[in-house]
Ligand binder design. Structure first.
Ligand SMILES: C=CC1=C(C)c2cc3[nH]c(cc4nc(cc5[nH]c(cc1n2)c(C)c5CCC(=O)O)C(CCC(=O)O)=C4C)c(C)c3C=C
Ligand SMILES: [Fe+2]
Ligand SMILES: [Fe+2]
Length: 340
């Protein structure tokens, strides 16, 4: 008897239809601007060994004993200041970006969205795509600048899902796009539009990126270089505006040394040096979120004006703007080439 004659012990699963899925991913956010949901979200986020690179045996007691007993109340208050009727800005905008990509990419592709921490989770949405017949999935973390703490951990989570499967989907990941002309052009177009609409003419445009511990740069993470390259290319495009530019890093967390200069310190420094009119943009964030709407637009404005600044504008991220969606469609189509 040859193997062909052997009866299979079970029915062979139906042949899949071979559809293509796109999973748009961003960092994650709590389900509600309240202490409990914020605590759950922070516990998951800050337990990721790629986010806090301290051995768990030393870090978990600090996280569980101190941080998760103090930070959720403060963060929940911050979230409540930016929360919308539809939910957390980060989740709402990510969903809108995914819906727009579905409309633009058409029926040949199924577009979904997920959050790396919190809900909807990456494994849940990957399963949903596979249940709809997707044999190929383009994983698209919307981080223009690569960092182990963001881009890599999205892949880790997707790989955890694949690890439990006998019949895996094929995966592609969207590479960093920090120096992609489509991204730089979209930023230049969108920021110019916003600057033109301001009621005042800024002297300085501050380009603020999310910070990272300085140690990650020394260990070879390209994030710092990616941020500076984005900043340089964007400044070249905006050279005709007459603006003076500064590149800064925000959202410092914990006592370690983070990338410098710090956004809050530069806001104060500029105001004290006599800058009266300043605009701030956050080109590394593909969607407005707590870090842009609260930390920059609310706290940043306070820091600048209290130190003597007079006019301040926090510019929006690309979000679901025409320029942002054109760029996203362009980079997704490129990564889907050969699949659609
Ligand atoms: C060690 C701590 C943190 C690292 C490293 C870190 C890197 C990092 N984060 C983003 C993007 C976002 N971070 C956001 C919120 C946020 N970040 C941290 C800490 C670290 N981030 C905390 C504790 C929080 C939660 C809010 C708070 O309590 O202050 C967000 C916004 C989420 C939202 O719900 O709106 C984004 C986006 C990047 C890109 C990055 C490294 C490059
Ligand atoms: Fe962060
Ligand atoms: Fe923050």
């Amino acid at each position: 008897m040859t193997w062909q004659d052997q009866k299979l012990p079970h029915d062979h699963p139906p042949v899949k239809s071979g559809k293509v899925g796109v999973l748009v991913v961003n960092l994650g956010t709590p389900d509600a601007p309240e202490k409990g949901p914020v605590k759950r979200y922070l516990a998951e986020f800050l337990s990721d060994r790629r986010v806090v690179e301290i051995p768990a045996i030393a870090w978990q007691p600090i996280l569980r004993g101190i941080i998760l007993n103090t930070r959720p109340k403060k963060s929940a208050h911050a979230y409540s200041q930016v929360w919308t009727e539809e939910g957390s800005p980060l989740a709402v905008i990510t969903r809108k970006q995914a819906e727009a990509m579905q409309a633009r990419l058409g029926d040949g592709v199924i577009v979904d969205w997920a959050m790396r921490y919190g809900t909807p989770s990456i494994p849940e949405r990957m399963q949903a795509l596979m249940d709809k017949g997707c044999e190929r999935i383009l994983l698209a973390p919307l981080y223009p600048q690569y960092s182990g703490a963001t881009s890599a951990t999205v892949v880790d989570k997707a790989a955890d899902k694949l690890r439990e499967m006998r019949w895996q989907a094929s995966l592609r990941t969207l590479p960093p796009y920090h120096d992609d002309p489509a991204y730089i052009d979209a930023l230049a177009l969108d920021l110019t539009r916003q600057l033109d609409a301001l009621e005042f003419e800024p002297e300085v445009l501050l380009l603020s990126f999310h910070g990272m511990p300085q140690r990650t740069l020394e260990l070879g993470d390209p994030y710092h270089c990616h941020c500076h390259k984005t900043s340089r290319l964007l400044q070249e495009k905006l050279a005709g505006t007459g603006l003076r530019f500064r590149t800064t890093f925000q959202s410092r967390f914990g006592p370690a040394k983070w990338l410098e200069p710090a956004t809050d310190a530069v806001l104060e420094e500029e105001a004290k040096a006599g800058t009266k009119r300043l605009a701030i943009a956050a080109p590394g964030f593909s969607a407005d979120c707590l870090e842009t709407l609260e930390e920059l637009a609310i706290q940043g404005k306070e820091q600048f004006t209290e130190a003597g600044g007079e006019q301040f504008a926090a510019l929006s991220c690309l979000n679901a703007s025409d320029a942002g969606l054109d760029m996203l469609e362009h980079i997704l189509r490129r990564e889907l080439s050969g699949w659609i």
